[in-house]
Design a protein. Sequence first.
Length: 301
Amino acid sequence: MITNLDILYRVSLLEGQAMAMLASTTQMCEKARKTHDLSKTATAALGRLLTLSGMTASRMKEGSMTVTVQGDGPIGRMIAVAKPDGTVKGCVDDPQVELPRKNGKLDVGGAVGHEGRLTVVRDMGLKEPYVGQVKLQSGEIGEDMAYYYTVSEQTPSLVSVGVLVKDTVLSAGGLVIQPLPGCSEAALQSLEMTAPLCTNLSDTLLRLGAEETLYDLMGHLQPVILETGKLTYQCDCSRERMERALISLGEKELTSMIGEQDGIEMGCQFCGEKRHFSTADLRALLEAARSRGQQDDGSGE
Ligand SMILES: [Zn+2]
């Protein structure tokens, strides 16, 4: 068996008329599965979202990207946060959701729901983040992200994403192909003809490994590897971040927490790490919230 190590390729196609990203994300999806004790269906759903979010964010220069999928299915809300350095984290409301297989495949669309919205927030450190939102197409994530690229970013894209999971994640990955400005009609046709080859991406990755998959699927498109990287499941939470979140709750909320015995315990929704804040800690945060409140009053905004 081929050892399928995580890797992300950025590839130029057809002498610069198009670009592709191919990611193998088996280890990343397995880390997400273990972190949240995800069911098979939830592993596939979140794994797909993390893979495509990480790939998309890898093209940003700085900041972070948050993709939220809110459908009407039993998994509830799904969130993925990705940064240009390849780190991703995410969570779902119901990590245990499991549905009967549909046509032999995990029913991701059924878990996510067919009605709802996919929202992308790109925070690039500017005053206002960029926000794009589209209706869910199928809840299968791949189609929904393709629709987002086409409608919200005006970049029609071929998107394939898959997570093969038995007891653990056996294989996972994503492929995004996008025409670039000035792409000829003939080049567009070549790209379109590639689409049927790209189904069952996780199977192909498992069988061939990432590099062979690249040439197998895109060999006819004169691929040139421009860059390689990697997507990793990693949380960037800290005690300081939680403190800031607590302060932002405000005086009233903090005062009521101080009433509770032994302080409070806060868990991170992305990695599960728990941090304890004693009554004394909370009092200090209340002081911080008070002085911040006064500053806000005085700023005249
Ligand atoms: Zn965390």
